[in-house]
Ligand binder design. Sequence first.
Ligand code: TXA
Ligand code: MG
Length: 351
Amino acid sequence: MKTKIQRINPEEFQDSELQEAGKILKKGGLVAFPTETVYGLGGNALETEAAYKIYNAKGRPSDNPLIVHIADMDALYAIAENVSDKAEKLAKAFWPGPLTMIFQKNEKVPDSTTGGLDTVAVRMPGHPVAIALIREAGGYVAAPSANTSGRPSPTKAEHVAEDLTGKIELIIDGGTVGIGLESTIVDLSTEEPVILRPGYITQEMLEEVIGEVTIDPAITSRNPKKDIKAKAPGMKYRHYAPKGQMMIVEGTMEKVVATINDMVQEKRQLGCRVAVIATEETKDCYECQMVRSVGSRKCEGSIAAGLYDILREMDHLEAEYIFAESFEEDTLGNAIMNRMLKAASYHLIRV
Ligand code: TXA
Ligand code: MG
């Protein structure tokens, strides 16, 4: 299959520019598109076959459910049962935006979209191109992140092209995304709201709107294999991972730098290709040829936005060993460390 790339300026475009993409989706085809979090791989959410095509293109296990992207609240009521007051409050506060909510589904949503679950994940994205595309496509676009399963999520159209060229009809290139980490997922299908995946919308932000929200213990765990199963099926898979072996080093900056320098030295003496994931503040402290800055410690948002690009670059550098600094697990840092720990298969040392 030939994959077309269409450039659209999110700041200035006509809805008519998305007609072709909408038609492809209506006919059951696949279109990758930008959202404010990461690029999505879209298919018609109400069609059984489209979901299988998505799983196929990503090489994703079909028991891992997809998020249904919508453009207005009517679309939510049309596919979800028992939308609670809390859910409505969260929608009012954070939609369109980087929040996904889980609801009881009705019969309109095929089992293929939800991986056989009787619940459905729904999100109204806060990106003008995404919203316009959903409307052109008829209102319901199922979209996982547009990466090959297991690889870091795409934050640029180039990342999508790297993984999915030849496998989908169209990639809409809307430039680099703003947030760079996938949406926060909250389960609202039961009485007590539970965070299933941390993201840009933090626990504190949610609690300000609806009171107590807990976090699925499986996602805060440092050693999940011994613990309880994650409630979001996708959180159990190896994820966001570069090909090399990654190790996160935690401690005071001075000790972290010294330890990483020692480990770099040791691996290089064995003839291995080694890279370091540093920050603007520390990038000059390493004695290593391949040092990359993920962003500035003064701005957590820059680290979130830069993380997946750097993880992909580790593959381009063919790094066999990757040593990374760690980040404070506060607010957005929770989501950053959640993704980094998965990328490192939970290899972390404290110094
Ligand atoms: O920011 C995002 O959410 C991006 C953009 C494209 O919107 N999408 C995304 O989709 O990250 P994906 O498929 O890569 O991640 C969806 C996650 C998976 O971990 C999946 O298991 C979980 O959501 N999920 C989906 N439906 C669910 C359900 N009914 N119950 C529990 N978890 C669910
Ligand atoms: Mg994903």
